[in-house]
Design a protein around this ligand. Structure first.
Ligand SMILES: *[C@@H]1O[C@H](CO)[C@@H](O)[C@H](O)[C@H]1NC(C)=O
Ligand SMILES: *[C@@H]1O[C@H](CO)[C@@H](O)[C@H](O)[C@H]1NC(C)=O
Ligand SMILES: *[C@@H]1O[C@H](CO)[C@@H](O)[C@H](O)[C@H]1NC(C)=O
Ligand SMILES: *[C@@H]1O[C@H](CO)[C@@H](O)[C@H](O)[C@H]1NC(C)=O
Ligand SMILES: *[C@@H]1O[C@H](CO)[C@@H](O)[C@H](O)[C@H]1NC(C)=O
Ligand SMILES: *[C@@H]1O[C@H](CO)[C@@H](O)[C@H](O)[C@H]1NC(C)=O
Ligand SMILES: *[C@@H]1O[C@H](CO)[C@@H](O)[C@H](O)[C@H]1NC(C)=O
Ligand SMILES: *[C@@H]1O[C@H](CO)[C@@H](O)[C@H](O)[C@H]1NC(C)=O
Ligand SMILES: *[C@@H]1O[C@H](CO)[C@@H](O)[C@H](O)[C@H]1NC(C)=O
Ligand SMILES: *[C@@H]1O[C@H](CO)[C@@H](O)[C@H](O)[C@H]1NC(C)=O
Length: 818
């Protein structure tokens, strides 16, 4: 309950008396006591509380200031002002009052009843009242019809709280921006503002006066890659939404109402994220916009890239040189860099075409043009237009740049790849240098490989006679550098994972356990300790790992290196902080984070990763154990397939083959693979289909029971399909009728993937075309293969032994040795 009372009063009696006097004063208006009505005022020593007492409205003085201001504050022990009324016109005594004026405005008056501040609505209303809501919004309403006349959320000060919208609408000329305080003791509008720009990819920008000071960077249309946010904290993350051309807004919602978060543009122009900490009794600054000098907009000028760890921090792009060498040396980088060799397009006299050079892990430059669904033609689109000087793409579209490239920053992890256009001669040199580096490293690598091999043979021979703890240690000196594939010492991995402590165990895959670790340099890794049963030789293993480590795709987890010592074989991967898809998808609370848009990104990402494994990489890898727990999520919840190539390491390199070793997971295995050990690209397609249906429905295939009849998810989907009600499959948590058509298409494609006959399933490139609506007419699915019931234990999903299952009613026994 909320009430008016003296700010410092604490005794119940006082409270009671005050509430009483308040009520008496307000005869007839006492139902809403978070409200100021006509003929009522709030004095300097009084405070208005929102209904659940989360926020309060009253007078305050900033630190080191004796002026009085009216503001909305969090009702917390630490003064946290989120909105100020009279920013420019402070009161110099404590005789101020908040009232509803005769014309219906909310006003602040001084002791002489002169107007200090007004909500300044132009239409005059007979009767209005102002209410402080539990969101922190102060709303002025017309009492006759309940219409909102004015609200503080639409006139932001320097803070953004949940459910508030920072907005720019060029069509209606409506803008809601954050304006910093002049200093921590002066709430007057300072020089910094934070706006949302409805560009093709909406950005949030911080300005220093009229100069751009910070830019969030282009995201994928929903999120921003510049501000690395933690999506899991919020219901929908911090979302920048552009729902019509010329309009964009930024907003966020709290997922867990017991965690309090808000954003503030502080008086030094830094956008801070603050989280309330009960233990500390204060706000924690969890992230902020200007962590390094490189975050300052255009620090290195056009065509320069900024690396906070570099010395100096600015470098020109490859193929570029400083415009003014003296300035550059004096660390004045503002004029940036210029091209060394003109482009073909510019001169039109060179025989050779221009090419592109890839800059990895960057914050993409400002001023881009964005094209949805042009991913595959992105490069040619850019090459064929003389004014295009760079391109980049992500799972949502293609980005092209035609002006200068400004505000590029290098990340140590994350970021995007940028392809910059260079004259052919600039590219040639680089390639030549690169081959030299590669060939020398390959050569030294081979020599070391041989040594390792002989040492290994040696250690085998003397096993039992000598206690050779770390036989390869002598060879793998620290100063040997492996550019291509680092070899990790067992000891290092053991230390990094606290001796493979169970606490660090991330999971159990089909081929061994995975542990989280932290190397001495602070890098986080995921180390997969392979089951020792493989009888492959070290050399064979290393070759295989080497080849697989070259497979790089944004939807595959990157292999960082390996370790072969004693009986141990380990693979070291990049660590994915958000864990695996199943942890989100099948968790009651976390699944909300994966809204439909995010799920589409995940499904398409997995599909692209799989397409790369099947088609685009030289190896034609069949994954054989595709499942939700093998899909990892990066910081921005992009999917990355893990455990690929492990099937190869364990033998079975043919495109389609029979194998006696069936490795896979109950519920995801195609029938021909589970029953006859026949695997092909189409058995991966089957697993993908199961995964797709799981992502759409948010339900596990194997843990799914429709009513009493123990049915699998596939069987349920098939039933809905036949009832022409497939849209019911959509996860209720994210249900949105607007997405109906897309959901139906996805479920349809899912059913096509899980058809019983391998040859009727589409291949993965067709699946991708079907999902992206390039193929409009989808064939009708035939009956899927689904396990009706199965006696296999689900506690150890990666391992199946002698399980009795029935497929479509025919009972079979599968004996699978692992
Ligand atoms: C406010 O006060 C004026 C004069 O004191 C009175 O005429 C008016 O009816 C009051 N309004 C309400 C809504 O009580
Ligand atoms: C306080 O402000 C009033 C005007 O609002 C002004 O007349 C008065 O002189 C000020 N007093 C001081 C001490 O500044
Ligand atoms: C109040 O609104 C009018 C126009 O509606 C505008 O001219 C005036 O500057 C505003 N005053 C304040 C203090 O915002
Ligand atoms: C903001 O701009 C002003 C004027 O251009 C400049 O003096 C000041 O240093 C800038 N502030 C920051 C933090 O860059
Ligand atoms: C909300 O946060 C609190 C405190 O951090 C935590 O104890 C609780 O489990 C969370 N609730 C949910 C639903 O995540
Ligand atoms: C603004 O935020 C930054 C980053 O948290 C902090 O270092 C700086 O001191 C803050 N400035 C003020 C005036 O509080
Ligand atoms: C706030 O920071 C302190 C340490 O400074 C930490 O112990 C605490 O867990 C943090 N709380 C939150 C809610 O982030
Ligand atoms: C840096 O160079 C620019 C452009 O040449 C010039 O205007 C500016 O004054 C220089 N800044 C400093 C700090 O020397
Ligand atoms: C470039 O040269 C070709 C002939 O080699 C000519 O047709 C074309 O118009 C020229 N383009 C420009 C932009 O000069
Ligand atoms: C080439 O790019 C420029 C700038 O992006 C654009 O205005 C122009 O229409 C493009 N030309 C073609 C033929 O696509």
């Amino acid at each position: 309950m909320g009430f008016c009372h003296k700010e410092n009063s604490s005794s119940m009696l006082q409270l009671f008396l005050l509430t009483c006097s308040c009520s008496c004063f307000l005869v007839g208006f006492c139902t809403a006591i978070d409200t100021i009505s006509v003929n009522q005022s709030i004095q300097d020593h009084e405070t208005l509380f929102s209904n659940k007492q989360k926020f309060k409205l009253g007078f305050f003085s900033p630190v080191d200031s004796s002026y009085r201001y009216v503001g909305v504050m969090y009702n917390l022990p630490v003064m946290t002002v989120i909105w100020v009324a009279n920013r420019d016109t402070p009161l110099n005594d404590s005789n101020g009052k908040i009232e509803i004026s005769g014309d219906g405005n909310l006003v602040v008056l001084d002791g002489k009843r002169e107007l200090i501040w007004s909500s300044n609505i132009s239409i005059s209303v007979v009767s209005s009242s102002a209410q402080l809501l539990d969101t922190g919004n102060l709303v002025l309403r017309d009492n006759s019809n309940g219409r909102t006349l004015w609200e503080s959320f639409e006139h932001a000060s320097d803070s953004l709280v949940a459910n508030m919208k920072l907005e720019t609408n060029l069509n209606t000329n409506k803008r809601n921006i954050l304006t910093s305080w002049r200093s921590p003791s002066d709430p007057a509008p300072g020089r910094f503002t934070c706006t949302i720009e409805p560009l093709e990819v909406p950005n949030s920008l911080v300005w220093n006066g009229s100069y751009l000071y910070w830019r969030s960077g282009p995201g994928d249309g929903h999120i921003s890659s510049g501000l690395p946010y933690k999506k899991y904290m919020y219901k929908n993350g911090v979302e920048i939404v552009s729902d019509s051309p010329g309009n964009a807004y930024l907003t966020f919602t709290l997922l867990n109402s017991s965690i309090e978060i808000y954003y503030v543009l502080n008086s030094s122009g830094v956008l801070q994220e603050k989280v309330w900490s009960d233990e500390k009794g204060d706000w924690n600054v969890t992230r902020f916009s200007l962590e390094t000098e490189c975050d300052v907009y255009g620090k290195c000028g056009p065509f320069g890239s900024c690396n906070a760890k570099g010395k100096p921090i600015c470098t020109c792009f490859p193929g570029f040189e400083p415009r003014n060498k003296e300035e550059w040396v004096a660390e004045n980088w503002t004029s940036g860099c210029v091209r060394k060799t003109p482009l073909l397009c510019e001169t039109n006299n060179s025989a050779k075409e221009d090419g592109f050079l890839k800059l990895k892990k960057v914050k993409l430059p400002h001023h881009l043009k964005w094209f949805r669904n042009l991913i595959d033609e992105c490069r040619s689109q850019c090459l064929n237009n003389c004014s295009c000087i760079a391109y980049a793409y992500n799972s949502n579209g293609c980005m092209l740049w035609s002006e200068s490239l400004i505000d590029v920053k290098l990340f140590s992890s994350g970021g995007a790849d940028l392809y910059i256009r260079l004259a052919n001669s600039e590219l040639g040199n680089k390639k030549y240098q690169k081959t030299i580096i590669i060939s020398t490293t390959v050569l030294s690598f081979l020599i070391i490989l041989l040594c390792v091999y002989f040492m290994w043979r040696f250690s085998l021979k003397y096993k039992g006679k000598m206690d050779t703890r770390y036989p390869t240690e002598k060879i793998l000196k620290d100063d040997v550098k492996f550019e291509e594939l680092p070899l990790f010492k067992f000891e290092i991995l053991s230390n990094a994972t606290d001796n493979f402590n169970l606490i660090n165990k991330l999971g159990q895959g089909g081929f061994g356990s995975v542990y989280k670790g932290k190397l001495l340099n602070g890098q986080e890794i995921a180390a997969k300790r392979l089951a020792t049963s493989s009888n492959q030789g070290v050399e064979e293993f290393m070759n295989e790992v080497e080849v697989i480590s070259k497979l790089q795709h944004r939807n595959l987890v990157r292999l960082l290196g390996c370790c072969v010592e004693r009986d141990e074989k380990m693979l070291v991967y990049e660590y994915m902080p958000n864990g695996s898809l199943d942890a989100y998808l099948f968790d009651l609370h976390k699944k909300e984070i994966l809204d439909w848009h995010q799920r589409v990104i995940i499904i398409e990402g997995i599909c692209r990763g799989l397409l790369y494994l099947h088609r685009d990489s030289r190896l034609r890898i069949i994954h054989r154990d595709l499942k939700a727990s093998n899909i990892l999520l990066d910081e921005e919840l992009n999917p990355k397939i893990s455990d690929f190539g492990t099937a190869r390491i364990f033998g079975g390199k043919e495109d389609q083959a029979n194998t006696i070793r069936v490795v896979g997971t109950y519920g995801y295995m195609a029938p021909e693979y589970a029953l006859q050990g026949r695997f092909s690209e189409k058995s991966d397609v089957y697993s993908f289909g199961v995964l797709l249906l799981e992502i759409v429905s948010g339900k596990k295939n194997t843990k799914f029971y429709d009513d009493e009849q123990g049915q699998s998810l596939i069987a349920y989907a098939w039933k809905l399909w036949n009832e022409e009600n497939i849209v019911k499959l959509m996860d209720q948590v994210i249900y949105d009728p607007k997405m109906k058509a897309e959901v139906m298409r996805y479920a349809h494609v899912g059913l096509l993937c899980v058809q019983e006959m391998a040859k009727s399933r589409p291949n993965i490139s067709t699946v991708l075309s079907m999902l992206s609506s390039e193929i409009v007419e989808l064939p009708l699915p035939t009956q899927p293969a689904f396990l009706v019931s199965c006696s296999a234990s689900e506690t150890e999903p990666a391992k199946i032994s002698a399980s009795k299952c029935s497929i479509n009613g025919i009972t079979l026994s599968i004996v699978v040795g692992r």
